[in-house]
Design a protein. Sequence first.
Length: 361
Amino acid sequence: MPAPAGTPVRRPALRVGGLVAGIVAVLVAAVTGLALGPVGLPPLGVAAELLNLVPGVHLHSGLTQTEAAILVELRLPRVVLGLLVGGTLALSGGVYQGVFRNPLADPYLLGAAAGAGLAVTAMIALRLGTGGGVDGDATSGLPLTIPLAAFVGTIGAVALTYLLGAAGGRDRSPATLILAGVAVSAFLSAGQTYLLQRHAESIREVYSWLLGRLATAGWHDVVLMLPYVVITAVVVLLLRRELDVLSVGDEEAAGLGLHPERSRYLLVAAASLGTAAAVSVSGLIGFVGIIVPHTVRLLAGASYRAILPLSMLFGGAFLVLADLAARTVAVPAEIPIGVLTAFLGAPFFILVLRSARRVTG
């Protein structure tokens, strides 16, 4: 029997098979990222050493003391950071695509990248609390002022976009916010270019951060980012049903009892908070928020109840594997991870654009 007119179409929720596949992808990516590198480690030994971190578990991993130190003190924090950054960027990308009803939307849509870039450029070029500058070495952490500047710059840019989008009235439609984000990004990027032109000696240090990095001196960056990831994930996953309703349009959503502007504000705020945290510790890593959610949408359907949690799992796995490639393809050199994700993401972006044109054509 057909549903009565005006009844919202029920979309399939998250299936157990998809959730299991996401968890398996995370585990496989994590073990692979921990085992492979300039110093190869046996996967079974890696698994046993990880289990030894659990209180009360004592297994013989077969790893030497040096190998165990490489695993626990160097690779494990980097892999965990990759899972957090990749999962957060993919989750935020899914939110932006749902809120703006645009498959090409990404976490940097509202000027987040430009805001972070300008703030970090100012800190480095003007030597504001960075000591001798930014060291790209994996064994040394960033000065605390750099992630703080990136976080503040990202949040400030998104807030400025919202203020600009509301300048013409109370209605913050998706199209208005996107246009405001383009304007804010152009303005902030111009400021960044001016600073780099005036302080050319800082270009190398600035770009070492802008091109993305997961190098970490330990657990500091993981601890720094974790609370924001938890807040973002909880808010977004609790509101994922509302994102499904928003996808049918504001008027229809209001007719179903939803407050579209409030829901959009909460979702964008949570996604922007997560993006700011990811940018603050990793620099600008593009295309993760486009590649992963769109791939999940093709495989798991159009319901954001499935897209968002699966994007978080597969996004983390994707970035860990991308980071593995970045640090092993050109050994002993390391390719900036942002360059690698752009290399993979640009062709994918074209495919998404072509498919979107077919649908609308």
